[in-house]
Design a protein around this ligand. Structure first.
Ligand SMILES: C[S@@+](CC[C@H](N)C(=O)[O-])C[C@H]1O[C@@H](n2cnc3c(N)ncnc32)[C@H](O)[C@@H]1O
Length: 340
């Protein structure tokens, strides 16, 4: 039986744990950093098919995982800790030789682990080089993960795809110099990657709840014509954009000719059931096979139940392709649908 460290967005670990309990018969789940990280076992499953299943049918709230291949006590002593990390890395010769290796070190805020992420990495890099590997930050063949709690140090080495995300703990970062009108833009940029849905393949987008225009500006940058619907004002920088039409209206009051759009995005701050009714009414304005990227606000006590109900309702007009809580989502998840 393999043990994994799992990570979810702050406050959402209980739902990630619940999803895994439902999926993995015999799994044992145990909290680490409250609300955020936890360990779980492969239960009655062999790790290989389990990871394939988690990859193909990703849980909504599990952002990241890595397998634990060694555990040490956290002592706070730099020499002992460095010795443990090096000793573990030396066991990985087969995977390291000739490979690109990323080292991802995380610690809980109350952990006595004596190194920062960069310092922990610096301890392991010489071993990677000694064993004929190359240390890289991104696009690695293997990822060595180190996670320190108050008492324990968990380490493991896995393929990036098996971690569900190749970012440390699934914390996707965009370059700070990436100019955005609102931080909401990062949600769309992250959705594009998470759903493997390059936005530049679309030409005509409908953006519901568009103001101040973070998502709209991403769509315009990708060369699309955008119809933005929001009673609120858009950012002045977008005002005279030749490919943008802003309809200052409630999305419940607009209508369009059939098949007008090949992409719908919706980030309306509203009850997810109201939003669903509006999106469903506008479904005929989408061409067959058009994609929709929709945030579902989690305003109810049982998020998993709400999401299931919403998926059921959306499925009348759409194929629900994926629902995921992205790193940039707060009290919400993001859904990708395709018009039937
Ligand atoms: C989170 S903001 C959207 C941010 C936007 N995606 C961006 O990147 O800048 C939510 C927006 O939904 C809009 N909204 C809420 N209810 C709406 C409705 N019924 N029709 C249209 N827009 C609505 C609000 O006015 C608000 O501007």
């Amino acid at each position: 039986m393999t043990i994994y460290v799992g990570t979810a967005n702050p406050g959402f670990a209980p739902y990630a744990m619940e999803e895994l309990r439902r999926r993995i018969q015999g799994t044992k789940v145990s909290g680490l950093a409250p609300g955020e990280t936890f360990s779980f076992t492969s239960g009655d499953y062999d790790p290989e098919p389990l990871l394939t299943d988690l990859r193909r049918n990703e849980p909504i709230f599990l952002r990241h995982l890595f397998p634990v291949e060694a555990e040490y006590e956290v002592t706070g002593n730099p020499d002992n800790t460095a010795d443990a990390l090096k000793a573990y890395a030396l066991t990985l010769e087969d995977r390291i030789k000739g490979s690109k290796i990323a080292i991802q070190v995380r610690k809980e805020h109350n952990s006595p682990f004596p190194f920062s992420s960069a310092e922990g990495r610096d301890v392991i890099v010489p071993i990677i080089e000694q064993l004929g590997g190359e240390s890289v930050a991104r696009e690695a063949d293997w990822i060595i993960s180190v996670y320190a709690t108050k008492k324990k140090l968990f380490v493991g080495c896995s393929l990036p795809r098996d971690n569900l995300s190749d970012w440390p703990g699934g914390a996707v970062r965009f370059r700070k110099d990436e100019e955005v009108i609102s931080r909401a833009a990062f949600k769309l940029l992250e959705a594009e990657r998470a759903f493997n849905l390059p936005l530049d393949r679309f030409s005509n987008a409908l953006d519901l709840g568009a103001a101040p225009g973070g998502w709209t500006s991403v769509l315009l940058d990708r060369g699309m014509k955008v119809t933005a619907v929001d009673p609120a004002e858009m950012d002045p920088s977008l005002e005279y954009h030749p490919k943008l039409r802003h309809i200052r209206s409630n999305a419940a009051d607009v209508s369009f000719a059939p098949g007008s759009f090949d992409l719908l995005v919706c980030d309306m701050s509203w009850d997810p059931h109201h939003t669903r009714r509006i999106v469903s009414e506008l479904a005929p304005a989408l061409s067959a096979g058009a994609s929709g990227i929709i945030t579902l606000k989690l305003m109810y006590k049982k998020p998993l139940q709400s999401i299931n109900d919403l998926m059921e309702d959306y499925s009348h007009e759409f194929d629900v392709r994926k629902v995921k809580q992205l790193f940039h989502n707060r009290e919400e998840v993001t859904m990708w649908v395709k018009r039937k």
